[in-house]
Design a protein around this ligand. Structure first.
Ligand SMILES: [Zn+2]
Length: 499
């Protein structure tokens, strides 16, 4: 059994969860669920980045201490992920003691290795990104992520991390491990940044109010990004020896806007401290609203709550992962959501389930007959191979597409075999058995294939087919047999939407 440690970026505690946060959790959750389905031992971690200076203002306005504020936000986020059936094994918060001690250890090791020095930072600092910006990164003299705000010229005494020392080792690592930065387009970007050369970065801020006190100099706090990235290690018990049970991570799932932090700064931090590098960083794209990143489109009439309540959490998961390629961007529109819901889920999948259950009741008293393997079974075996290949490569949208093509093939199979004609000819009873048994197996296989994307609805379908056991192993797929099982009369998985 292989071990699979998967993480998402941890979320800032300064605002409510939105669809962009949800997209990343849902995608990572589908990967975690798929790996469990494959039989891997999975550890899936999400969490909160709580030492941001940007929480101080909303906390003060709400009359709360910074800690009380982040406690409240952590429960708001947790609740949202529960509602979307995110199956994380741990929820790390950077204000936890287990995290703070990991940060202290990383700074100490890096100091001892000679990669931390004192200096003066002078340059631009975006308070919202909490990132130091170079002149060439600005657009019209402002932060491109926050064009509505003035960017501050800052001069302060800091501790620096000798990032420049890691340019060559990182280039070498990326060239020798093409899987390290994915998808390909992001790897090329990172390579270009490295080719241009790296500057040393500040890893402290001169303040005492909020953050991890800098080891050896409590007048400074550890810079929030340096602090936050370490969550991937602290969540698995670093610096205790047992962190090696899960580390190195197989996969960090992040948004494409923070690749430099994850594909340059983070691995350099690890190299400096003598810790192994994660296997892959996967940078997904964005959900846009009218061409702009949704989370930055002021006034976009879609919230996580409205999207989730539209057709329920499973259809939202399905829609986002089907519509937004896991290696690209796509627009969110209510029309597309409703169309996909009705066409893919209510029609293709929902009708297939209802017709099959109804026929098994009408022609075979609700008991799945035993029947020979048919073309549909052979088709399903090919689907499994395709599905595994794309899912192993994290191409989630293609995994869903492979499953839904099988649903389409099953609908065509019904039309071609016309069970309503077969039932009128007693001599063709075995043929009818073959058709009904094949359809029942196909539905059960669809429940397996779709369970990473729609865990709730897939379970309902599995149970409607008379299965009492847990829907848990892809290994059951090739030999799946439902003969003798009692199916439910109907399964209204996706009631048609008129909105
Ligand atoms: Zn900014």
């Amino acid at each position: 059994m292989s071990r699979f440690y998967i993480t998402t970026a941890i979320d800032y505690s300064n605002g409510d969860p939105h669809l962009g946060h949800a997209f990343e959790k849902i995608g990572a959750d589908a990967i975690a669920r798929y790996r469990r389905l494959r039989g891997d031992e999975v550890h899936f971690v999400i969490g909160m980045d709580e030492h941001s200076q940007t929480i101080l203002q909303p906390a003060a306005e709400a009359g709360l201490s910074p800690q009380a504020w982040v406690d409240r936000m952590a429960s708001v986020f947790s609740e949202a992920w529960e509602g979307l059936r995110i199956s994380h094994d741990d929820f790390i918060r950077t204000t936890e003691e287990r995290h703070v001690r990991a940060v202290v250890e990383m700074v100490e090791r890096t100091k001892q290795a000679g990669y931390i020095f004192e200096g003066t930072y002078e340059g631009y600092y975006c308070e919202r990104c909490e990132t130091f910006k170079q002149e060439k990164d600005l657009a019209d003299g402002r932060c491109p992520e926050h064009p509505d705000r003035e960017i501050a010229w800052t001069k302060e005494d800091n501790y620096f991390f000798k990032l420049s020392a890691f340019r060559d080792p990182l280039l070498k690592h990326i060239d020798e491990h093409p899987e390290f930065v994915q998808p390909e387009i992001r790897r090329n970007e990172i390579r270009n940044v490295l080719e241009e050369g790296l500057q040393d970065i500040s890893v402290s801020r001169p303040q005492r109010e909020w953050g991890v006190p800098f080891p050896g100099d409590p007048d400074h706090a550890v810079y929030v990004w340096y602090d936050a990235l370490i969550n991937y290690l602290s969540a698995v018990g670093f610096p205790e020896k047992h962190h090696g049970d899960w580390w190195p991570a197989q996969l960090h799932v992040i948004g494409k806007g923070i690749t430099r932090h994850h594909c340059i700064i983070w691995p350099a931090m690890l190299l400096a401290a003598g810790v192994e590098l994660p296997k892959t960083v996967w940078a997904h794209g964005y959900i846009n609203w009218e061409g702009r990143k949704l989370s930055k489109s002021a006034g976009a009439p879609v919230t996580l709550t409205s999207a989730s309540e539209r057709h329920g959490p499973d259809p939202l998961r399905y829609f986002l992962l089907r519509e937004v390629p896991w290696n690209g961007d796509a627009d969110f529109t209510w029309q597309r959501f409703d169309d996909r819901y009705n066409a893919d889920l209510a029609n293709d999948l929902g009708n297939l389930a209802n017709r099959t259950l109804a026929m098994i009741h009408k022609y075979r008293d609700g008991v799945v007959p035993s029947g020979e393997q048919s073309d549909l079974d052979r088709r399903a075996q090919k689907t499994l191979a395709d599905y595994r290949e794309v899912m192993d490569g994290y191409l989630l949208h293609q995994g869903i597409a492979a499953a839904m093509e099988l649903a389409g093939a099953a609908n065509v199979f019904i039309e071609e075999k016309a069970p309503w004609k077969l039932t009128k000819e007693p001599s063709r009873s075995a043929e009818l058995d073959t058709v009904l048994a094949g359809l029942a197996r196909t539905l059960a296989r669809l429940a397996l294939l779709l369970s990473p994307f729609m865990p709730g609805k897939s379970s309902e379908l599995w149970q409607a087919l008379g299965r009492q056991d847990e829907l848990s192993q892809l290994a059951a797929y090739p030999e799946l047999d439902l003969a003798g099982g009692h199916v439910q009369r109907q399964a209204v998985l996706f009631p048609r939407s008129e909105s």
